[in-house]
Design a protein around this ligand. Structure first.
Ligand SMILES: C[S@@+](CC[C@H](N)C(=O)[O-])C[C@H]1O[C@@H](n2cnc3c(N)ncnc32)[C@H](O)[C@@H]1O
Length: 243
């Protein structure tokens, strides 16, 4: 009752913007509490969500689409433009012709790559029905041949059950000299708190980049701040597989 009254007073006093800010802060607090619960296991560099089994992980990840479908339809045009911007500014991607997108959901990133002239296809545990841009599949076990693509792109690495296995697959399918482009969020000690669906996360981006380098032998070519997209700040990191 008191809380409701306070919200009403706040709203009358400061308007909708204050109300939105307060809601965001409350959501952030709930995220913090969840993240610090027993469902996450941590070492000094990484945190991993507890799943009872691999099947449990697949079920959890696959369930997300239905919850966000409505919002995705509303933001698709804006997301498409953001992907176009990210890809067209990515110099090391320019010589590539074929790009495989991991965790591509409905395929907005794939469509953006097509619009820039690339051959691109996505893989996702749940691409929705009859999706011509994204194949149903698991990025821990790709169906593609060894050394068959020029580039791999992902903004969904934090949804991996076993990041080391995903990286082994990236090494396998990428041709020598190919690039691995990863859009990343900040680490949990840098201000980003994982939400409902991230299955692992990093202390900071340096720890993530070290993980990638250690398990792939790739060279870090460069990174840049992509700025904010909705509520999160994104970074793009490009690695090269030695020729
Ligand atoms: C944050 S969403 C990103 C979606 C998309 N890249 C975009 O930006 O619109 C993460 C996606 O990864 C997918 N995913 C999670 N685990 C996966 C796995 N093991 N193999 C393939 N896709 C997976 C989820 O189904 C989800 O669509």
């Amino acid at each position: 009752m008191i809380v409701k009254l306070r919200r009403l007073i706040d709203r009358l006093r400061y308007g909708r913007e204050a109300e939105r800010k307060r809601k965001r802060a409350e959501k952030e607090k709930r995220r913090q509490q969840k993240f610090h619960s027993e469902r996450w296991y941590r070492d000094e560099r990484l945190a991993r969500r507890h799943y009872d089994s691999y099947e449990d992980y697949v079920r959890h990840q696959s369930a997300k689409l239905e919850r966000v479908l409505h919002r995705l339809k509303e933001t698709e045009a804006e997301d498409f433009q953001e992907f176009q911007r990210r890809f067209s500014l990515c110099e090391p991607l320019k010589p590539a012709r074929s790009v495989l997108c991991l965790g591509a959901r409905l395929g907005t990133e794939v469509k953006a790559l097509h619009s820039l002239g690339y051959f691109a296809v996505g893989v996702d545990l749940n691409p929705g029905p009859e999706n011509p841009y994204v194949l149903p599949g698991d990025f821990h076990a790709l169906v593609f041949a060894d050394a068959s693509v020029d580039a791999v792109y992902t903004n969904a690495f934090d949804h991996a059950f076993e990041p080391e296995r995903v990286l082994a697959e990236v090494v396998r399918v990428l041709r020598p000299g190919g690039v691995f482009v990863m859009d990343q969020l900040a680490g949990f000690q840098e201000g980003f708190i994982p939400g409902e669906y991230e299955s692992f996360h990093w202390k900071d981006r340096a720890a993530l980049n070290e993980l990638v380098r250690h398990h792939t032998g790739f060279v870090l070519l460069g990174e840049r701040d992509l700025g904010r997209h909705r509520r999160d700040r994104w970074y793009q990191v490009v690695f090269r597989k030695p020729a």
